[in-house]
Design a protein around this ligand. Structure first.
Ligand code: TRP
Length: 455
């Protein structure tokens, strides 16, 4: 065990932790990734499995990260070294790799949101969905996408290098309500569209036939999306809990974070699908462009839509910023704590590496899929699985005691939580991981290999 001499940072205000955790969770995962996953995985069937994963797996898994972080007061690599012996020491490494991969393409997508904010102010949005689709195709990849990716990465690096995350607390207080207000307003507009009824059926009524036919891809996609959107599986929540000094009620905090995160994703779905159905577009067709195509078209259709749209996309870009900061912060805290590298050089070096790794994703959507699928369906689920095994089976003694701090005697609920982690959570993650690996191999064969041959 290494000891850290300088006093560790801790949250400035009582609510700092919860604001930062919500700021990390709410991001492109809710606004960009969720609707396109729903569209690709067949609508309500995906929504149902996703919600089950959020509540039955995401919530217990979040508590696992919280107790591991608050107990060890370490970065993820250090925390795992302290909690486990032997091979467990290397699990933290998976977290670092995962964060690196995710942040590389996350920044590219964040660049798209900046582009779309500017688009509203400059030219306005195209009301025609097909035209909007073509426009997305030309804006999403190429030099401009690379430049905006660089710009976004530079902002993330600057914030993390100077350690000015305190500003994030403030930003989150404004952002999360702003996203909710605009999204609810847009959902009301979407409700008035002609295709709304059909869209609600697609989105909200799980089609059991779709589930029976496609569960092999729905399950890993839902598991991966649940971990992605809740910032689980790579030590972000662990790190944030490690800065906690007071004994907060982690169960309530977890429920609040999950509540906000899920509500925002759900509302975005209520906008995207009515727009796509009204235009007669197959909801799977726009893929990663789903929100850019459908929301842009909706904004294009509204009076002052250019302004509301610009505000919306700018807000999403800032929400992406607070999530990206959380990802980079974990990588940086690892280099500082475990490798003794200074904050500024660590941040700048990582930022440079992330920029380079993100370039392929800004050149072709297949490559973005290559990174996203790997990180999401394999690495995040693997990280969550391993942490659940370690805490649930090997360190359950300390886990319950730690969770009880700030809550009081959990009685049977403590055991219920540990047993939920030990059997159903681990089993669900094992199934999701197996299917995720198989699905990824299929992707490599069916999409990636042909893509390479075409080069
Ligand atoms: N949850 C964020 C979002 O939905 C992304 C994110 C931040 C993340 N930190 C993470 C995803 C850690 C996985 C792991 O946009």
């Amino acid at each position: 065990m290494s000891s850290v001499d300088s006093p560790r940072e801790s949250w400035a205000t009582r609510l700092g932790f919860i604001f930062a955790a919500v700021g990390s969770a709410v991001g492109l995962g809710n606004v960009w990734r969720f609707p396109f996953q729903v569209g690709q995985e067949g609508g309500g069937a995906f929504l149902l499995i996703y919600l089950l994963f959020i509540v039955l797996v995401g919530f217990p898994a979040m508590l696992v990260e919280f107790v591991a972080g608050r107990y060890t007061e370490r970065n993820p690599v250090g925390a795992l070294k302290q909690l486990g012996t032997g091979l467990w020491e290397y699990v933290g490494w998976i977290f670092v790799v995962t964060g690196f991969v995710i942040l590389s393409y996350y920044s590219v997508v964040a660049g798209w949101t900046i582009r779309y904010a500017v688009l509203g102010l400059q030219d306005g949005y195209l009301a025609d969905v097909e035209a909007a689709e073509a426009q997305f195709g030309s804006l999403a990849v190429g030099l401009e996408a690379i430049v905006l990716h660089a710009l976004f990465m530079a902002v993330v690096v600057t914030v993390v290098a100077f350690g000015v995350e305190r500003g994030i607390e403030l930003a989150v207080k404004v952002l999360v309500p702003a996203i909710i207000v605009i999204a609810v307003g847009m959902a009301i507009y979407a409700f008035t569209l002609e295709g709304a009824g059909e869209a609600y059926v697609y989105y909200l009524a799980p089609d059991l036939e779709v589930l029976a036919d496609d569960w092999r891809s729905i399950v890993p996609a839902a598991a991966g999306q649940a971990f992605f959107t809740l910032s689980l599986g790579m030590g972000v929540m662990l790190t944030y809990a490690s800065y906690l000094q007071e004994d907060r009620n982690l169960a309530t905090d977890g429920a609040i974070i999950i509540g906000f995160d899920t509500a925002i994703a759900f509302i975005v779905g209520l906008i995207v699908f009515p727009v796509l159905f009204t235009a007669g577009v197959d909801p799977a067709a726009p893929g990663p462009g789903a929100i850019f195509v459908s929301l842009a078209a909706a904004f294009g259709d509204l009076t002052l839509g250019w302004l509301v749209g610009a505000v919306f996309f700018a807000t999403v870009a800032v929400a992406a910023l607070s999530s990206a900061i959380s990802l980079l912060e974990v990588l940086v805290s690892y280099l500082i704590d475990e490798r003794g590298i200074g904050r500024v050089p660590a941040t700048v070096a990582l930022g440079g590496g992330l920029f380079v790794l993100g370039i392929p994703s800004a050149l072709d959507l297949v490559l973005l899929d290559l990174f996203d699928g790997f990180a999401d369906q394999i690495l995040l689920v693997l990280g969550g699985l391993l942490l659940s095994v370690l805490v649930g089976w090997r360190r359950s003694d300390l886990a319950i005691t730690e969770l009880e701090l700030g809550i009081g005697d959990l009685g049977p609920y403590g055991d219920a939580w540990i047993w939920a982690v030990r059997i159903p959570v681990i089993a669900a993650l094992l199934v999701a991981l197996t299917l995720g690996v198989l699905g990824y191999i299929e992707f490599l064969q069916d999409d990636f290999w042909p893509w390479i041959q075409e080069l």
